[in-house]
Write a protein that binds this ligand. Structure first.
Ligand code: SF4
Length: 434
């Protein structure tokens, strides 16, 4: 690996679901499965184009240390299509030997044979959408699976050789009580997985669930009760040996967590890339990428990457969003004339936003403060931006630490992070840094 490079992450969007869940506003569609073969062909084209353009720019293949197949329901893709996809990924990029390769799976769409196939393909981490342990809540959410299919999927995943499993769970549902949330948590903990992501329900514009709440058919979710649910989860998960490392994420650790500012070993490496505001490519309909290239030199401290020098001199520093509709994505990639486009833009790009240093600093603050252990290191900040964190944001940091929302941590008090009380008020803290 070229030591001057940040390793990149790769997100692959699979926008197909058997049916739309009532709360979902992701870029995903039901009834478009007939597009899958052409869609995978388009993904292969975009991956190959990005790989070749990056290679030309770097005089070497781009190192990729995490891949995440999200959606949508990536587990709906036939194994033959996933094979075609992975051969393109391995051909285009320098996929690191210990790469974390995650796939989101709906428990109603897997069986032992398909999970064995996924493991053999090189998927290392499976994220299962459990959401709730109660049949009526799953129905309210419009999920296609029963709760019984969740432990079944976990058993099959273990039998297939997966040793890194996540469950996604939602709380704060209309009419949900603390007692029923506790049952969902107990069942999730009883499944012995390595990672849990717990999300508070947000009622998104245009979703059937918001429509039912607005029409008075369902009670409005109670934010105070949702806060109690979050507190209960924090206590129960800590008691079960999970370490919280992000506002909504908890992981187990293989050994001892080295210190109070280190992440547990089962922390999701792909999502850490986002929270550290490091670069990633996004391929597929509606996928987003964040590119900074050529990547400046990595700065290390105690063997840990703590920053990169010269970020602001970087000629490529941008966010890219691809066109949303799968059919349009396929059309754009099919009509591509085969000429190299300027890295990192592909024919699928619908929006390109240059990122200047001010924007990069704001994004680094907002994302980094989500990390409840690692937080933001003032050493890494100085290395990345060549400016002291405490000088840039002195009044904000003073005020927010006085209010008990932020704290300094680590043996050298190097880490700025949300206090326990600040975790529920994260959004109020983040806006202070924009
Ligand atoms: S399975 Fe996931 S992506 Fe698909 S509709 Fe439901 S919440 Fe949305």
């Amino acid at each position: 690996m070229n030591p001057d490079l940040w390793p990149y992450s790769l997100y692959i969007h699979i926008p197909f679901c058997r049916q739309r869940c009532s709360y979902c506003d992701f870029n995903t569609y039901a009834g478009l499965e007939a597009l899958i073969p052409d869609y995978v062909t388009a993904l292969r084209g975009e991956i190959e184009l990005l790989g070749a353009a990056a290679e030309e720019r770097l005089a070497g293949r781009l190192p990729v240390h995490t891949v995440f197949l999200g959606g949508g329901t990536p587990s709906r893709l036939p194994l033959t299509e996933l094979e075609r996809l992975f051969s393109a990924v391995r051909g285009a990029f320098d996929l690191q030997p210990a790469a974390e390769i995650s796939l989101e799976a709906n428990p109603g769409t897997v069986d032992l044979a398909s999970l064995r196939g996924l493991r053999e393909l090189g998927i290392t981490r499976l994220s299962l959408g459990m959401q709730s342990a109660h049949a009526d809540e799953l129905e309210l959410l419009g999920r296609i699976h029963t709760y019984a299919e969740v432990p079944q999927a976990v058993d099959w995943a273990r039998a297939a050789g997966f040793d890194n499993l996540n469950l996604d769970v939602i709380f704060g549902l209309p009419g949900q009580t603390l007692e029923r949330w506790q049952v969902t948590l107990e069942r999730a903990l009883g499944l012995g997985v390595e990672h849990l992501s717990l999300y508070a329900l947000t009622l998104e514009e245009g979703t059937p669930l918001l429509g039912r709440v607005a029409a008075g058919q369902l009670p409005e979710p109670d934010p105070d009760l949702a806060a109690d649910m979050y507190d209960l989860a924090t206590e129960m998960l800590a008691g079960a040996g999970f370490h919280q490392y992000e506002i909504s994420n908890w992981g187990k650790t293989a050994g001892k967590v080295d210190s109070e500012v280190h992440n547990p070993s089962y922390a999701c490496q792909h999502n850490l890339q986002y929270w550290r505001n490091r670069p990633y490519l996004g391929v597929g309909a509606g996928a987003h990428g964040y590119i900074c290239m050529p990547a400046p030199k990595l700065l290390e401290e105690d063997g840990q990457a703590v920053g990169r020098a010269g970020a602001h001199d970087n000629p490529i520093n941008m966010r890219i969003a691809n066109v949303l509709a799968p059919a349009e994505y396929i059309r754009r990639m099919a009509e591509w004339d085969g000429k190299r486009s300027d890295f990192p833009q592909t024919p699928a790009a619908a929006q390109v936003t240059p990122i200047d240093m001010q924007a990069e600093i704001a994004e680094t603050m907002m994302m980094g403060l989500r990390l409840t252990r690692e937080g933001l290191s003032r050493t890494a900040f100085q290395a990345r931006f060549d400016r002291p964190l405490t000088e840039l944001f002195s009044p904000q940091i003073e005020r927010l630490t006085r209010l008990g929302l932020l704290e300094w941590a680590g043996t050298r008090q190097d880490v700025l992070r949300l206090s326990r009380g600040g975790r529920l008020l994260g959004n109020q803290v983040f806006v202070e840094f924009i």
